[in-house]
Design a protein around this ligand. Sequence first.
Ligand code: SF4
Length: 257
Amino acid sequence: MKQVKNYIRRKTLIYKTAVEYGDYTVNHVQGCSHACQYPCYAYLIAKRFAKVSNEAEWIEPALVENALDIIDKEIPKLRDKITSLHLCFTTDPFMYGYNEIANMSIEIIKRMNNNGIKCSALTKGVLPIRLAELSKDNEYGITLISLNEDFREKIEPGAAPYIDRINGLKELHKKGCKTWISIEPYPTPNIIEQDFNDILETVSFVDKIIFGRTNYNPIVTKYKGAKEYYNKLSRQVIEFCSSRNIEYHIKDGTLRE
Ligand code: SF4
């Protein structure tokens, strides 16, 4: 287990997001130990706005110590406006090895559910089985862009091994929870050659699949057939999901006719 070393305070926490599949969101941690090398967009933004000065600072998560107090104050004001609350867009709510972060994430979800607000969570850590005790309206997801652990160690060095992520998700599915998968940012073959269908088959138990291309990466930009490649895989996702009654969402800019 890892210990949180840094604590920060915030004045506000719940906000409306502009992310295409999001409604309201909360980011109760600054930084993320998963150290994704796609690169991590949240890190680039935090650096641009001088919240952190380098990657070493980014990968040492700082927990918002007054998060629950703020949330208790914000819920009554926002309750009628929120359809769903997503954890998280700029950090990871179940950061691998950090119990304290997971506990706070669960507390946030509980408070939302107690006020009739459903939550969705997305992680590259391991979803705790305790989530199955919360509202069955919640939706729990993992990011999965490969099944190759050597690749994972390079691209998401601080995140959970793929098999642990998948097993955590599957356990929640078995307990009757809604589950989803985010296959994003998916790499082009000049980054890694892999069987896309293997990934889809591995997660065919989920209720929803989100698929998206890699952005902000010069190696992908150099790949000449990127547009056709992402079009082909997007169609594969649509066909796969349609034939199995799985909901899907293709991220903006991924399928371009
Ligand atoms: S899990 Fe998300 S927030 Fe954390 S480093 Fe990876 S991309 Fe960034």
